[in-house]
Design a protein around this ligand. Structure first.
Ligand SMILES: [Zn+2]
Length: 241
């Protein structure tokens, strides 16, 4: 497996865009973008990447969550490469298939486990490859250094699941990857998160937890209700990235 961090122009706020390729560009490898960002310069970066001969440079897209800095370039990517597009939320325009917690999806020449990590948004997922210990995190907060935050039980359960995996490389939605002490950092985060507020407190359904859920919702059940809010001429996500 090769993981290419695609260059962007640096002129707009965008997520990282990762191109996951097989080790030797075989036909059966699934060239996959993890998130597409919102910078059109990524299209030129894809053209420069070693994506193999006789196949689409991008055959598949996996979106880690619905925020526009991770998704907004999707129409151009679909038009250029005709990939299959997967995400947890059905409310992103252009998604072909939904991913569920515990499913496996092939990216490059490797299998990745889908881990639902609601927290940053209700549709956030991480993608974990056991063979190399690779974790794509999206915007899931995995490096928690203070006990001051509040976290819902589903997020704490997801963090516990991540701590049970052998993680050796973490690729974040923003910033440089973490290539050392990943398991240790995850366990530190778990200690901070669980120390900040117990799950039983959340289960009692405090006012702030209900508010928290409202703020983080990417509606899954109502097709008409878009996760984007129209603010003037620009579409902006309902929840800030
Ligand atoms: Zn986000």
């Amino acid at each position: 497996m090769r993981i290419v961090t695609l260059e962007n122009s640096g002129r707009m706020y965008t997520s990282q865009v990762y191109l996951v390729l097989g080790g030797t560009s075989r036909l059966e490898d699934v060239n996959t973008l993890v998130d597409v960002g919102q910078d059109p310069a990524v299209l030129e970066s894809i053209a420069r990447a070693p994506t193999g001969v006789g196949k689409w440079a991008v055959e598949q897209v996996v979106l880690t969550h619905c925020h526009s800095d991770h998704c907004a370039l999707l129409p151009q990517i679909r038009e250029a490469f005709h990939p299959k597009v997967f995400a947890y939320s059905p409310n992103i325009e252009g998604v072909d298939g939904l991913l569920r917690d515990g499913e496996t999806i092939r990216m490059g020449d490797q299998a990745f486990e889908v881990i639902h990590t609601p927290g940053h948004s209700s549709d956030s997922i991480c993608l974990y490859n056991q063979a190399r210990g690779v974790l794509f995190a999206g915007d899931t907060p995995l490096l928690i250094t203070s006990p001051a935050g509040t976290y819902e039980p589903d997020f704490l359960a997801a963090l516990e699941k991540l701590c049970s995996r052998d993680v050796r490389e973490i690729y974040f939605g923003h910033g440089a990857p973490l290539m050392e002490r990943c398991n240790q950092r995850l366990r530190e985060s778990q200690r901070m998160a669980t120390g900040s507020r117990s799950a039983s407190e959340w289960n009692r359904g405090s006012r702030s937890s209900r508010q928290w859920r409202r703020n983080r919702r990417c509606n899954r059940s109502t097709k008409e209700q878009s996760p984007w809010q129209d603010s003037g001429s620009r579409l902006t996500p309902a929840v800030r990235p």
